[in-house]
Design a protein around this ligand. Structure first.
Ligand code: HEC
Ligand code: HEC
Ligand code: HEC
Length: 349
């Protein structure tokens, strides 16, 4: 009883120093760390097995890490930043600490963040699917020296640009190009959509949709939130005015799947009430609708699932596409994805 009263008095007295400039007492640090680790171990048990890794997943994760995590956690070959050094608990430099967590535990940490530490949750709570590429990158970080990291994060030639909002158009485009390719080039990451040759009105609207949170994506919301209207217009124009890169040759996709996909795209599935995709996805219909002929299969399939699952229907035109996607079964999505992907530009190595 006496101990309890003394404890309560200590808490109420406000004597315990919670400022970020003083380390906790050893025992407090130990206790907090234990609570944190146990909590991660317990809650991450609910995380399902990682999905098969998309080919360029680690690259997408690396570019995002550089833009959204490195300021706090540092990067291979880069000493801790002033911000990292000033925070308590100090964000761990991953070289030592990240390897004790399994992929499912890392997924849980990056998705949920950590209370009272400054470690943020994934910006788009509904897009848990987006967290796996970051985990794929973290799992590979141990093997990266400074050069390999820069290469993967797309900054080998550019400079690390954290303040995306303050540069020139050229500097901003340099950041976009890390994931989307430069205007006129193919997207270097298969799961990132092709922007070159896309409709200008659509690109501009998509940027607003991300910035306003109507279209959730932890990757794009981080970036779009730093752009003003004028900058969005200029970026959309730069990509829309560039010619679309040449289409790739059809690769080894089963002919049957391609045929079925072509039928869906050009004629639809009348029995299921699915209109032909190209009815809407040609310029003449509405310039604010996207062109889908240059998009890769993994991206098309992912977006169709998002529409179907009600995760991309808060935009102005989202409900139109959701009504179509709800009528597609998994097999239809795979077929139409394979067909559209077979027409996509070859991805630069
Ligand atoms: C504002 C600063 C900040 C940002 C931005 C941030 N983190 Fe953290 N992160 C922290 C802090 C602080 C901790 C330490 C928590 C602790 O020790 O209790 C942490 C912990 C972690 C851990 C657990 C590490 C360990 O060894 O226990 C992982 C993994 C992690 N962060 C990944 C990321 C990723 C990936 C991103 C980007 C998507 C990110 N963090 C962005 C501050 C940040
Ligand atoms: C870290 C990688 C990354 C960077 C850097 C990046 N993007 Fe994206 N972008 C993505 C991903 C991933 C998506 C798809 C997100 C989704 O599921 O909605 C996307 C989607 C988009 C879309 C929607 C395209 C469509 O077909 O619907 C636009 C427009 C866009 N990005 C513009 C930009 C611009 C402009 C920049 C530079 C200022 C930029 N992006 C930088 C990863 C990135
Ligand atoms: C009735 C018109 C209509 C039909 C038919 C239609 N779409 Fe769409 N689709 C849209 C609109 C409008 C959007 C833009 C939604 C938004 O901006 O959120 C869209 C978006 C998309 C996107 C996202 C593109 C991107 O860059 O992110 C894909 C992929 C897509 N549709 C594929 C298909 C496929 C495959 C079919 C055929 C099975 C199809 N659509 C049929 C109107 C249509």
């Amino acid at each position: 009883m006496l101990a309890l009263t003394a404890g309560a008095l200590f808490v109420l007295s406000g004597l315990y120093n919670v400022s970020a400039s003083r380390e906790h007492l050893d025992v407090t640090t130990w206790l907090l760390d234990l609570v944190r680790r146990q909590s991660i171990r317990t809650y991450s048990l609910d995380v399902g097995q990682p999905p098969p890794e998309a080919p360029d997943a680690a690259r997408l994760g690396a570019v995002h890490y550089e833009l959204g995590c490195a300021a706090c956690h540092g990067a291979p070959g880069r000493p801790p930043s002033a911000l990292q050094a000033a925070m308590l608990p100090s964000p761990p430099s991953f070289a030592e600490s990240v390897f004790r967590w399994s992929p499912r535990q890392l997924y849980w940490i990056v998705r949920n963040g950590q209370k009272y530490t400054g470690m943020p949750a994934w910006i788009a709570p509904g897009r848990a699917d987006e967290v796996w590429p970051v985990v794929a990158f973290l799992g590979r970080m141990r093997d990266l020296d400074a050069h390999a990291y820069k290469e993967l994060a797309g900054i080998a030639r550019g400079r690390p640009a954290f303040g995306l909002g303050f540069g020139t158009l050229r500097e901003r485009l340099e950041v976009c190009a890390r994931c989307h390719g430069a205007p006129g080039a193919a997207s270097p990451i298969g799961i990132v959509p092709q922007l070159s040759g896309q409709s200008r009105a659509y690109l501009e609207r998509a940027l607003h949709d991300y910035a306003d949170g109507r279209r959730p994506s932890g990757y794009m919301q981080l970036i779009a939130a730093m752009l003003d209207d004028e900058e969005m217009r200029a970026l959309a124009a730069a990509y829309a005015e560039a010619a679309a890169p040449p289409r790739a040759q059809v690769q080894d996709i089963p002919a049957e799947l391609l045929q079925r996909g072509e039928v869906i795209a050009r004629e639809g599935l009348p029995a299921k009430g699915v209109p032909a995709c190209l009815n809407c996805h040609v310029d003449a219909r509405n310039p604010a609708f996207p062109r889908i002929l240059g998009l890769s299969s993994p991206y098309v399939e992912q977006q169709l699932r998002l529409f179907r699952g009600g995760k991309r229907n808060a935009t102005t035109f989202g409900p139109i596409m959701q009504a179509v996607a709800l009528r597609l079964e998994d097999g239809d999505i795979a077929a139409v994805g394979a067909y559209l992907g077979s027409l996509a530009p070859r991805i630069a190595p």
